[in-house]
Design a protein around this ligand. Structure first.
Ligand code: PMP
Length: 444
């Protein structure tokens, strides 16, 4: 069976949302899936292609979430499906730490080629973003011999015990699962809309905080999302990240760029840190790297990566051959399909459309983001007060029109857009029209 490339790239709603089949499945699930596994939109998906999801009731839904930034290359990209299928038919698992295979090395080579920085870079492959963060921290601790982990306000790094302790938002991610992991320091970030600080001022505030609260000499690493994902697509002020990287360098602290959401062509560069002119010591990838299959990369300067002893790193499924084959196809397609240019085009067309909306609807305080990673922050007009209720009502209205949107931000105060890089200008126009109508109806 091959990918369903015939799926029309437009919305089509044929039942109420969720439809009867989705409701039936949702009912069935209650008996066997715990409520801690929440589904934001209980529409059960049957198949997908490009930017369209088809649910079990036959509704065609415009996917502006991409499984939260995973299907960056588009759903069931033909090259990715072909590469994964070919690998499935060859060998699906041996365990790289037992009897290795070539696709793992090929992925590591692609990552080493693209990571911004001079010198040699090496990669450990795992399965998920949280595992990437866990291992980045482990490797930095081993290399530095220090315990402390610095993170930023509004950050999100995962839901394992370590990473849920690193998230800024304790509830729901860490609440009730304590004790939380110690030696984690949450420093103020740069949030231009709300702090009004220059990059240099915000960086001085961050580093002064860390020096006071943690002590620079106790810190193994600073983990930073160059553009914060769950935190609301917060783009730091110019100069902020270079100043933090410089401070890390002069204090022997490993600078870790968490590119799990913003990386792999999404922002219009292979890695979002490139926009800020910073060379990270360790760069973390997951989500979009294998076009929808589970894979995560921890790529770091050789000296840092080599500090770990044989057997200290790895895991049964880390760098699965099928995921690796898909990832190689993703890297090849970034070039073959001109995906960086596609992301830049989406920024231009979608971004300017959103700015026009912001000019008409005072609830939109700011349009921000890079490439196909864009967001609007929603406030009570004339103030900077959050309005999460308006966010959820707009998302609900859009869903009724067959457009799947997602919130973000610590206060659920942001609507984020993570379209695939196959997202057409027609689909952008559809999303903008649906948003325009939703904001107008809410203001009426
Ligand atoms: N880091 C960032 C920046 C993320 O956005 C996420 C997931 N939203 C993670 C880490 C965790 O990734 P995963 O869900 O694959 O564990």
């Amino acid at each position: 069976m091959t990918a369903d490339t015939a799926i029309a790239q437009e919305p089509r709603i044929v039942t109420e949302i969720p439809g009867p089949r989705s409701r039936e499945l949702h009912e069935r699930r209650q008996a066997v899936v715990p409520p801690g596994v929440h589904s934001v939109m209980p529409i059960y998906i049957d198949r997908a292609h490009g930017s369209i999801l088809v649910d079990v009731d036959g509704n065609h839904i415009v996917d502006v979430c991409g499984g939260i930034g995973v299907t960056t290359i588009g759903h069931t990209d033909e090259a990715v499906v072909a590469a994964a299928t070919a690998q499935l038919n060859k060998v699906t698992h041996t365990l790289f730490t037992m009897t290795p295979y070539e696709p793992y090395i090929a992925v590591a080579e692609h990552l080493a080629k693209h990571v911004p920085g001079e010198g040699q870079y090496k990669t450990l492959l795992m399965n998920s973003g949280a595992e990437a963060v866990e291992n980045g921290v482990k490797i930095a601790r081993k290399y530095t011999g220090r315990p402390g982990v610095a993170v930023l306000e509004h950050a999100y790094h995962g839901r394992t015990l370590l990473t849920s302790s690193m998230n800024f938002k304790g509830a729901p991610y860490a609440a009730g699962y304590g004790p939380r992991v110690g030696d984690i320091y949450k420093a103020p970030n740069s949030y231009p809309l709300r702090d009004g600080l220059s990059g240099a001022e915000a960086a001085a505030r961050t580093t002064a905080y860390l020096e006071k609260v943690a002590g620079a000499e106790d810190l193994a690493c600073l983990v930073v999302e160059p553009i914060q994902g769950e935190g609301g697509f917060v783009v730091p002020a110019d100069g902020y990240l270079p100043a933090l990287a410089e401070w890390c360098r002069s204090n022997g602290i490993v600078f870790i760029a968490d590119e799990v959401q913003a990386g792999i062509a999404r922002s219009g560069a292979v890695f979002s840190i490139e926009h800020f002119g910073v060379q990270p010591d360790i760069l973390l990838t997951a989500k979009g790297i294998a076009g929808g299959l589970p894979l995560a990369g921890i790529t770091g300067r050789a000296e840092i990566m080599d500090a770990s002893q044989p057997g200290g790193l790895g895991g049964t499924f880390g760098g699965n051959p099928v995921s690796c084959a898909a990832a190689v196809a993703v890297f090849e397609q970034i070039e073959a399909q001109g995906l960086l240019a596609r992301a830049q085009h989406i920024e231009e067309v979608f971004g300017s459309g959103l700015r026009e909306l912001a000019a008409q609807h005072p609830a939109i305080a700011e349009v921000r983001g890079k490439g196909a990673m864009l967001a609007i922050e929603i406030v009570k007009p004339g103030t900077l007060e959050h309005d999460p209720e308006l966010v959820s009502r707009v998302i609900e209205r859009a869903m009724g029109q067959g457009v799947l949107l997602l919130s973000a931000g610590i206060y659920s105060n942001v609507i984020r857009f993570l379209p695939s890089l196959q997202f057409t200008d027609e689909l952008i126009a559809t999303v903008l029209r649906v948003l325009d109508e939703a904001f107008a109806a809410e203001a009426a």
